[in-house]
Design a protein around this ligand. Structure first.
Ligand SMILES: *Cc1c(COP(=O)(O)O)cnc(C)c1O
Length: 225
């Protein structure tokens, strides 16, 4: 047994009441562990690294919905476009345009989330408020026929300060509400991807619609991963 079944059942029960989607983050974990969760009926899995994702996807059932949640480099987009279900970490217009271009080659309309920088740390990727506004207002999305901006994603600061995390999630939630149902635009935000093992409780409280949970299900990862 490579997964924590108790945690899985407990978490899915909590999420079910609020219709929140669980993305099981399986990065660095073996395909056997993913298969265990799959056999319990789980279908949404998240990975951070293109190479690892492509290898695992080749070995696992085709009805898995693969979420790419890492930092995506433009030159690797084409490797995941044929099969990816949702890309969470779009952090620049340039990357969005590349995804649009590659999706066009495969005749797909790909669902993506825009990553918003809400944490204190400089190291986390994403649009800031101003940049996000520019993307939504400048008609930048109109010409991108092969991507569907389906929502926003964010990561809170790595801290024990719950008040700080709560505040950062609130910022993201407010942005989500603000751009959610604007008139006459070619997108409709439905997905708010926020919350991980350590802070998904707070994300639930703040109205998340999708959480990305790894270590509570698969155990801790080694520090380098
Ligand atoms: C690794 C990762 C997660 C899962 O983290 P856990 O703390 O193991 O739940 C969620 N989101 C992103 C973007 C990640 O890189």
């Amino acid at each position: 047994m490579q997964i924590n079944q108790n945690n899985y059942f407990q978490i899915t029960q909590q999420l079910q009441e609020k219709k929140v989607v669980l993305v099981a983050v399986s990065k660095t974990k073996p395909v056997e562990a993913i298969k265990e969760l799959y056999d319990l009926g789980h279908r949404d899995f998240g990975e951070n690294y293109v190479q690892e994702l492509v290898e695992k996807a080749g070995l696992l059932p085709k009805d898995i919905r693969w979420h790419f949640i890492g930092h995506l480099q433009s030159n690797k987009v084409k490797q995941i476009v044929p099969f990816i279900y949702l890309i969470h970490g779009i952090d620049s217009l340039k990357l969005l345009q590349e995804v649009n271009k590659q999706a066009g080659r495969f005749n797909r309309v790909l669902r993506v989330l825009l990553q918003v920088h809400i944490a204190e740390e400089e190291t986390k990727f994403g649009f800031d408020k101003k940049e996000l506004h520019a993307v939504f207002s400048a008609g930048a999305l109109q010409s991108l026929n092969h991507v569907e901006v389906a929502g926003l994603m964010g990561m809170a600061s790595f801290t024990d300060d719950m008040a700080r995390i709560r505040k950062e999630f609130q910022v993201l939630k407010s942005l989500f509400e603000r751009y959610r149902l604007p008139p006459d635009v070619p997108y409709q935000l439905q997905v708010l991807s926020m919350g991980m093992s350590s802070d998904y409780h707070i994300a639930l409280e703040k109205g998340t619609t999708m959480v990305r949970i790894g270590s509570l299900l698969f155990g801790e990862r080694s520090k380098t991963a």
